[in-house]
Each structure stands twice: as C-alpha cells, then as structure tokens.
Design a protein around this ligand. Structure first.
Ligand code: FAD
Length: 478
C-alpha cells in the first residue's frame, strides 16, 4: 500500500525525518499539499505568505519530480475530508506528516488521528521544524520556562541537536497518481494589481533559495552580525525567517552550518553565538505557544486584560500606510508593504509606536503583520507583539517606550534607510531627517518638504503620548 506524505510547513527534501521514514518503508509515496483555509480560522494564511507559498510549492514540485520522478498532488479543502477520501481512493493505510505547533494545527492533528483511525489508516507525525521539541526543555520543577535566558541556557546544556539528514536516496512513485489541482488555478497571488512587483528579485522561495540565503549570511554578513543586526540599512542578518517558517530549511541545518563556520573561522565565534540565540528566541516562542495556546489572542500577563486600549481607525490606517509623521516608523511600515519584510529593530520601534504612542491594541498590529509579512509566523509574531506591548512572557517592561526620533538617530545615523523608504524627505539634512517637525521653515523649503502636505505632521507629540501611555499603564498596576 502507498503512503500519503502530507507536506505542510516542511517544504524541503533535506533533513526531513518524516520523508526519510517514508523512504525507509520502501513503499510507494504520494506527496501531497493541502491548501486549508478553514482549520486556521482567524489565522488563515495572509496575502504575503500566499505569494511565498505559491513559489515555494512550485519549487518543491520541481524538486520532487527531478529527484524522484514524483508528482506533488495539490488539493484544496479540509484535511479531515481530503485525507480519508484520498486514503480510500489510493488504498493508502498510512499518512505521514511533520508536526506543527499552532494550536489549530495541533487540534487538527488530534481530529485527524481519530478520523483516520476509524478507517484503519494510521497518522504518523514526525518532528523536524524545531531544535528541541516542546516538553523536552523544562525547569527543574518540570514546568515550561517563562524567561528566555534560563530557557536558552538549558537548551545549550543539552546534547547538540543531531546532524541534519541528507535527502532520501530514493522515493518510489505510486501508480496511478491521484488527480491534482493546479497551482495557477489556486490564484494564491494575482498580479492585478501587481503589489508584489519586484519581490522575485529580492526573495527566492524554496529550499535552494534558503541554502543561498544561509551561504550569503555565513560567507560575509555574519562577521558583522552583533552590531550590524541593529542597523536597518545593512544586510547584516540572514533573511532566513520566511524560509524557516515554511520549513524550506531546518533549524538543525542552520545550527550545524553556523557551528561549522565558527570552527573554520574562530573569529566568528561570538557572532555565531548571538545568531544562534536568535534562533533560540524562535524556539522559545514555539515552546510558549505550545504551552500557552491563547498567546496569539490573549495577554500572557493577565493584568493587561484591563488595559485601556484606544480605538482609532484613522490612526491605525496612518500607521499601516507609513503616514505617522515619524520618519523611522514610516520607513519601516513602507518597507513592510513594499517588500513583505521589515528589519527587526524597526519592527520593535513600529510596534512600540502602535501600542504605546497610539495606545492601539497589539492585536491590530499582529493582524497587519500577519497579512503583510512573508515570514508571518504565529509563534514568532504573537510572542514578539506581546513582548513589545509589555504583556508577554519575559517582555520588555511597558514603561520602556522607544523614542522614534532618538532610535532613528541611533540606528540610521546617516539616514540611508529613511531616505530609501521615505523619499519625500531625502533632501532634508541629517540633523532634521529624523524630526522634520523641528526643522526651520527655510530648511523644509529648501528640501521641498511641506509638512501636512508632502509629509504628515506627527500623529501625536512624543512627550505627550509617552505620558499618556505611562498613565494608562499606572492605572493598570495601581
Ligand atoms: P536573523 O537575525 O538572521 O535571525 C535568524 C532567525 O532567528 C530568524 O530568521 C528567525 O527565525 C529567528 N529570530 C530572530 N529574531 C527573532 C525574534 N525576536 N523572535 C523569534 N525568532 C527570531 N519573526 C518571524 O519569523 N515571523 C514573524 O511573524 C515575526 N513577527 C515579529 C513581530 C514583531 C513586532 C517583532 C518585534 C518581531 C517579529 N519577528 C518575527 C522576529 C524578527 O523580527 C524576525 O524573525 C527577523 O527580523 C527575521 O529576519 P532575519 O531572518 O534576517 O533574522
């Protein structure tokens, strides 16, 4: 009997424990991807992720065909309907997949397990997308860690994650191959209007693109990681986040390649430790989501349930469109819209601005990022938003409010990032680039800037907004 191999967020062939198990069985394999827009409910894949998925599935389909002569079968609908039907159509008695950690996905796995069992089909789940499975890294009291540093120390004290697996040598095609829907018909991304124009030059979805991104990073960028990672105009970070989200590369492969680079070039050691600790934040977020499945919806720290969030659709729209009147915030929001990505430091500043300066709910920001990021990831996005908002586990304290002007002066001193994304301010001298509202009229005029016309006045004055946020926070904590 054939095996149904159900691909999910594991769109790769290398270091794939599930696929290795399918190969080891020696039985014919039917590779399958299901576009499921119902089970995730609110967390249905957003627009930018769909663009990525379309390219990534095309890449996986070609790799399966080229390497094994296998056809990737595409179906749309609920896995609870599709998998039992396909198993009975093909005579498969086993469905294999890689485990996922989103609460809706974990529920789905339980439902499927039961539904398939009634028809005599076994669901086998494999790890593969984390360095350490949730539940294997616990405090001495056997409880989940709620603070990052001891969590990561405990991870590092464990045996190293095992070496990545090569791709399976051989996978046996099944015959006949079940019908497949066509990727084009899914219209995951429509080019009218072409909001993702130019993305294909910037991003290379698929395992090959993931390998190239890792090689670029370890080849040169890593040398500058610790400092450079805070400078948004530099390419000092790996840009691996969408590849990791879709499982085009495993974190184990990233771990071992990085360690090897540090062995080959000992001067890289500290940079690589810092880089791996960022992968550690990814692990931490996943473990948190596993143990606290309401993380994407509810404040981790319950006192924040009473926070007096404001509602202001016009201000929310101004934030989304990069029209807040604070250049660093606007540059970040426009980078996000135009590229599907925003630099980490700027994510922190824009998120702080939304939740503190505007006092709009972090869930509004979480939703916007969900739709617009190519690396939108339930665990990382939820944990990061709560971290910035102050309501999360091991969060930045609420009263630490980023000043968008001084942040800009610090991380974009030469103004390259702001000039790139907010070109209407490009002619301003560095002195006023981060605070056009303080520039004398003559300076604005020479630079062709008319506040309130070519560039907005600030939505809120910094000092007042800061005080309002602190007062609200105090009302919460008494
Ligand atoms: P690198 O610096 O090269 O880091 C390597 C990898 O480590 C990343 O690819 C990522 O998988 C992981 N990582 C790095 N920083 C973090 C972090 N703070 N938390 C968790 N994992 C991390 N990351 C996402 O992958 N998806 C999201 O939806 C997401 N939403 C965010 C929302 C906010 C408000 C903030 C402040 C951060 C968010 N991040 C998210 C975390 C971080 O900004 C991105 O992972 C990072 O910018 C990706 O760029 P990179 O791959 O070049 O990172």
């Amino acid at each position: 009997n054939p095996i149904l191999f159900w691909f999910r967020q594991d769109l790769r062939l290398k270091d794939h424990p599930g696929l290795q198990a399918a190969a080891a069985s020696g039985r014919p394999v039917i590779p399958l991807y299901i576009l499921d827009d119902t089970s995730p409910r609110h967390w249905r894949m957003g627009g930018a992720s769909r663009w990525w998925l379309q390219q990534s599935l095309a890449a996986l389909g070609s790799a399966l065909q080229r390497s094994y002569g296998l056809t990737l079968v595409l179906r749309r609908g609920s896995p609870t309907d599709i998998l039992p039907a396909l198993a009975s159509e093909t005579g498969a008695d086993t469905v294999m997949c890689t485990r996922q950690y989103e609460p809706w996905a974990a529920d789905l796995e339980q439902q499927l397990h039961r539904a398939l069992a009634t028809t005599g089909v076994e669901l086998k789940r494999y790890p593969g997308n984390l360095l350490f499975e949730p539940g294997t890294v616990l405090t001495q009291g056997e409880t989940p860690f709620k603070v990052f540093t001891p969590f990561w120390k405990s991870c590092l004290a464990r045996p190293e994650p095992r070496l990545p697996l090569p791709p399976p040598e051989r996978l046996v095609p099944a015959s006949p191959v079940p019908d497949s829907e066509s990727l084009e018909d899914w219209q995951l991304y429509t080019a009218q209007p072409d909001w993702a124009a130019g993305w294909s030059e910037r991003w290379h979805p698929g395992a090959q693109g993931a390998g190239a991104a890792l090689a670029r990073f370890l080849g040169e960028a890593a040398e500058d990681y610790s400092d450079g990672r805070d400078i948004p105009s530099r390419m000092s970070t790996s840009r691996l986040s969408p590849h990791l989200h879709f499982g085009e590369i495993s974190p184990r492969a990233v771990w071992h390649a990085s360690r090897q680079a540090a062995r080959d070039r000992p001067a890289l050691g500290d940079q690589i430790d810092k880089f791996l600790s960022e992968l550690g934040w990814r692990e931490f977020s996943y473990h948190l989501l596993h143990f606290f499945p309401t993380l994407p919806e509810k404040p981790f720290r319950e006192t924040f349930g009473a926070f007096p969030w404001r509602q202001d659709d016009a201000q929310l729209r101004a934030w989304q469109q990069g029209q807040t009147g604070y250049p660093l915030v606007d540059a970040g929001m426009r980078e996000l819209w135009q590229t599907g990505y925003m630099h980490n430091r700027v994510r922190m500043v824009t998120a702080s601005f939304l939740t503190k300066h505007l006092m709009l709910h972090w869930r509004e920001g979480e939703d916007w990022f969900w739709d617009t990021l190519v690396d939108a990831d339930l665990a990382n996005n939820a944990a990061s938003w709560q971290w910035v908002a102050g309501s999360g586990a091991d969060a930045a304290p609420y009263f630490r409010i980023f000043n968008p002007v001084t942040q800009g002066q610090k991380v974009d001193a030469g103004g390259d990032y702001i000039r790139r994304w907010v070109p209407e301010l490009a002619e301003l001298p560095d002195k006023y680039l981060h605070r056009p509202f303080d520039a004398p009229e003559s300076v604005l005029k020479t630079a062709g800037v008319v506040l309130g016309d070519t560039y907005p006045e600030p939505l809120v004055p910094h000092a007042e907004a800061r005080q309002r946020a602190l007062d609200a926070y105090r009302s919460l904590t008494g």
